[in-house]
Design a protein around this ligand. Sequence first.
Ligand SMILES: Nc1nc(=O)c2c([nH]1)NC[C@@H]1CN(c3ccc(C(=O)N[C@@H](CCC(=O)O)C(=O)O)cc3)C=[N+]21
Length: 295
Amino acid sequence: MTADIIDGKAFAATVRGKVGEHVARLKEQGITPGLAVVLVGEDPASQVYVRNKGKQTLEVGMASFEHKLDASTSEEDLLALIEKLNADPAVHGILCQLPVPDHINADKVLAAIDPAKDVDGFHISNVGLLATGQKAMVPCTPLGCLMMLRDKLGSLSGLNAVVVGRSNIVGKPMAQLLLRDSATVTIAHSRTKDIEALCRTADIVVAAVGRAEMVSADWIKPGATVIDVGINRVPNGEKTRLVGDVDFASASQVAGAITPVPGGVGPMTIACLLANTVTACCRANGLAEPEGLTA
Ligand SMILES: Nc1nc(=O)c2c([nH]1)NC[C@@H]1CN(c3ccc(C(=O)N[C@@H](CCC(=O)O)C(=O)O)cc3)C=[N+]21
């Protein structure tokens, strides 16, 4: 059997289409959603992201505010910029690219962002709201994964889900979202005993460990749905290529459905960032939330 390939690129285009329609409606009322992205230094993964994001923000009709700061920028100056963006009524979403340089405390930066403008969903207020089942801003990557899972499987109720990876950005919020959809959720990580056997019990595997091609066919239950969050650049002759945390060639022989890298979760992450910005804008203006774009 070979798996269905979940086309994240096409799915993301559909999400962006919906975002664009909402933006057009907001503009008729004199409101233009605005997204501010702050990038400190020159992390290569972040640069890829910023490049794609800036283009797509404008394509859906939103305002884009990019702040590229030198790697030597002080924490104080960064916090001052965030305060300015918090107070700016044209800015509905603020994202500070992670990682930030070592001399800046990332937790402090995330805590400074107005939770209502926190389109990354990383502020502890939003983390707590999500964990307690209240209205939150939901992190973009897990939100994109959830949209693809719901689209593929319909209901997730009662399914066994294993999330490989326990990061604050992906693993933990992904587990919260799966739990909210009534899946039976296990979070696996580097200390998990017999991780392969555990994964083989899963109807849904979400791989978010940051290790190239770690999850192979013998980790996968036949017919399972596999979501690959990994973005790993590996040598490929003279050049490099992008691979996920899943060994796609082998896993796709066993899985029922699988996301590719590139073209899977990555494009959905950016689409969900745009979706979150529209959601934040609607909430800020006391308007109904955009349908089909929230968790
Ligand atoms: N505060 C914050 N929030 C983030 O969400 C965040 C961040 N910081 N820092 C960096 C990482 C990285 N990230 C990516 C998102 C999409 C692609 C993406 O679109 N990837 C394409 C491939 C791009 C290529 O060809 O290189 C794909 O998977 O198809 C990549 C990387 C978001 N991040």
